[in-house]
Design a protein around this ligand. Sequence first.
Ligand SMILES: NC(=O)c1ccc[n+]([C@@H]2O[C@H](COP(=O)([O-])OP(=O)(O)OC[C@H]3O[C@@H](n4cnc5c(N)ncnc54)[C@H](OP(=O)(O)O)[C@@H]3O)[C@@H](O)[C@H]2O)c1
Length: 143
Amino acid sequence: MQQPVVRVVCAIGQSGQIGLNGGLPWEGNRSPEFLADVARFFDITRGHVLLAGPKTIASIPEFARSDRELVVVRSSMNPEDTLMRFAGRVVFIGGGPPVWDAYARFVSHWDVTRLPYDGPADRWFNPGWLTEGGEIAGNRRDR
Ligand SMILES: NC(=O)c1ccc[n+]([C@@H]2O[C@H](COP(=O)([O-])OP(=O)(O)OC[C@H]3O[C@@H](n4cnc5c(N)ncnc54)[C@H](OP(=O)(O)O)[C@@H]3O)[C@@H](O)[C@H]2O)c1
């Protein structure tokens, strides 16, 4: 059976900030790089499947709801079975962190924008997601 292509597009602050009080930590910042990042996210994911937790899906603005397939995932759902529903499609895993914990091992492409924000957050990027599912124990002294 054909597999979906599984990708992530996300934005982080300088220290890995991802979320604050249910929104983006830099919410309301109208500087060009922040506006361009949001526009880019909606451009890249247009026409594809966006699979994310309930809070993240609820935060998708009305204008972006009709031209992509939004799928709420829950912790009761099996990630393999969920992804196989979208065989042949491009599936973006939209977060939040518990969803990336569960789906990181299937991701073939991480697209991470590091924005010029270095304030508070209550959700953080985990660099371990990038190598999730790899089975060879790394020897950091060799790097
Ligand atoms: N910077 C970025 O690019 C970016 C992207 C996305 C989100 N965010 C930020 O992140 C925050 C929202 O994320 P969030 O984590 O709080 O809420 P969320 O989006 O609702 O995602 C977490 C929820 O997903 C559900 N879930 C689905 N599959 C799961 C699995 N296999 N294992 C565990 N849980 C699973 C769980 O809810 P149940 O147990 O109820 O099913 C979990 O509580 C906001 O601040 C948002 O702005 C930032």
